[in-house]
Design a protein around this ligand. Structure first.
Ligand code: ZN
Length: 201
C-alpha cells in the first residue's frame, strides 16, 4: 500500500479490503468516502458496527439472531409453534420471511454437517432441535436446507434422529435448482417450494 497515505487511512483501507467482494480500489474509494463524510455519518457507521457485535445474541429457543434472550419470531403472538422450519443460517430465515408465507417458528442449525471441513453434528444445534421436538407440541418439522449434497446428508441425519419422536417431517419442494441457495431464490420460487413441501419418508 502506498506510503503516501497517513497511518490511519492505511488502516481503514486495509480493514475495508478484508470485506467480502471488496478489492483494493474499492477499499480506497470507501476510505476516501469516510474521510470526506460528515463526522456524524461516519460515527453512525462505526457505532452500527460496534452495536451489531456487542448486542447481537442467539435466541435461546431457535438460535436466530436476537437482541433479547428470545428472538422476535419466537416471541411473536401469531406464530404457530407446532410448526418448526429448519434452516442452516439466519440469512435463509430472512429469505423465507420475505415471502410473507410463513406463520411458523424456526430452528437455525448454524450450517450443515461437513466432516471434511471439520463440521460435525455436535457443532450444529441438532441436539437442541431434537430436544424441542421431544418436549413440545410439535406437529411438523419442515426442512428448508439448501439444495446441495452436504445439506441433503444433514437432512438425512436429522430425520433419522427425529423418526423416533413420530413427528411429521417434510421438506421444501424441489423447485430450487441443485447447488443453488435459499438466500438467493426469488420470493415466488420459495413460496411455491413452501406450498409444495413434501413428506420425507
Ligand atoms: Zn427464536
Amino acid at each position: 500500500m502506498s506510503s503516501a497515505y497517513t497511518e490511519s487511512m492505511n488502516r481503514l483501507i486495509e480493514e475495508f479490503g478484508k470485506l467480502p467482494g471488496v478489492g483494493p480500489k474499492t477499499a480506497e474509494r470507501l476510505a476516501f468516502h469516510i474521510l470526506k463524510a460528515d463526522p456524524a455519518e461516519a460515527m453512525a457507521l462505526a457505532k452500527a458496527i460496534s452495536d451489531v457485535k456487542s448486542k447481537t445474541k442467539r435466541c435461546e429457543i431457535c438460535y436466530n439472531l436476537a437482541e433479547e434472550s428470545v428472538c422476535q419470531i419466537c416471541s411473536g403472538p401469531r406464530r404457530d409453534k407446532s410448526l418448526i422450519c429448519v434452516v442452516e443460517q439466519p440469512k435463509d430465515l430472512i429469505a423465507l420471511e420475505k415471502t410473507g408465507a410463513c406463520k411458523w417458528v424456526y430452528h437455525v442449525l448454524g450450517g450443515h454437517i461437513a466432516p471434511l471441513e471439520g463440521i460435525e453434528p455436535d457443532d450444529l444445534t441438532i441436539d437442541k432441535l431434537v430436544e424441542r421436538v421431544r418436549k413440545g407440541d410439535v406437529k411438523e418439522v419442515i426442512m428448508a436446507t439448501n439444495p446441495n449434497m452436504a445439506s441433503d446428508g444433514t437432512v438425512l441425519y436429522i430425520s433419522s434422529l427425529l423418526k423416533k419422536t413420530g413427528v411429521k417431517i417434510t421438506r421444501l419442494a424441489r423447485g430450487l435448482p441443485t447447488g443453488s441457495a435459499i438466500e438467493y431464490a426469488s420470493g415466488k420460487m420459495l413460496t411455491d417450494a413452501i406450498i409444495g413441501r413434501q413428506r420425507l419418508e
